[in-house]
Design a protein around this ligand. Structure first.
Ligand code: URA
Length: 209
């Protein structure tokens, strides 16, 4: 079963509180989301494999470590996921970035892909799917389905705030996927917003409300 990690680092928690505040405007919301994404990326990459190499320092030859293993890919779920990409790229600048856009079919209420562009070397990469909010889990489950269908075998999911319903949905559909969150909130309300949450992440990031 996939693990759920809640990052309780004080800097992440402090910045997340500022992000939640309804008085925080678009510019600060964007900057804070970016900063939290960087801090989360630092935590999420803790278990990346290393290998030993030899390096010539100005003093002598030394054994030292470099990253080994697969290269990384970042997949933001449109549109709010875009707000977390640059923050992750600050630590992993060579990562490739794919995109997936989903809408909810008004009749079936199921998520439907309207845009997909993933790196071509999908089997050779570990992926981090990013979306600030894990609400019902429908989009996250479908985005991960989409990656797996095209050959991805190693996927993590990272968000700022999750509802218990969303966490359960991802765990059930994708027990191999670890979930990384900054806060696990109380519930979803009737309109599908996370409570207490932060409102509509896309609107707050892009200033569209
Ligand atoms: N998406 C958001 O942007 N906010 C929520 O609370 C739930 C889904």
């Amino acid at each position: 079963m996939g693990k759920v990690y809640v990052f309780d680092h004080p800097l992440i928690q402090h910045k997340l509180t500022m992000i939640r505040d309804k008085e925080t405007g678009t510019k600060d919301f964007r900057e804070l989301t970016d900063e939290v994404a960087t801090l989360m990326a630092f935590e999420i990459t803790r278990d990346l494999p290393l290998e030993e190499v030899t390096v010539q320092t100005p003093v002598c030859e030394a054994k030292a470590k470099v990253l080994s293993g697969k290269k990384l890919g970042i997949i933001p779920i449109l549109r709010a996921g875009i707000g977390m990409v640059d923050g992750v790229l600050k630590l992993i600048p060579a990562a490739k970035v794919g995109h997936i856009g989903l809408y909810r079919d008004p009749e079936t209420l199921q998520p439907v892909e309207y845009y997909v562009k993933f790196p071509s070397d999908i089997e050779e990469r570990d992926f981090i799917v990013v979306d600030p909010m894990l609400a019902t889990g429908g989009s996250a489950v479908e985005a991960i389905n989409s990656l797996k269908k095209r050959g991805a075998t190693s996927i993590r999911f990272m968000c700022l705030i999750a509802a218990p319903e969303g966490v359960e949905a991802v765990k059930e559909a994708h027990p191999d996927v670890d979930i990384y969150i900054a806060a696990l909130d109380e519930k979803l309300n009737e309109e599908g917003y996370i409570v207490p949450g932060l409102g509509d992440a896309g609107d707050r990031l892009f200033g569209t409300k």
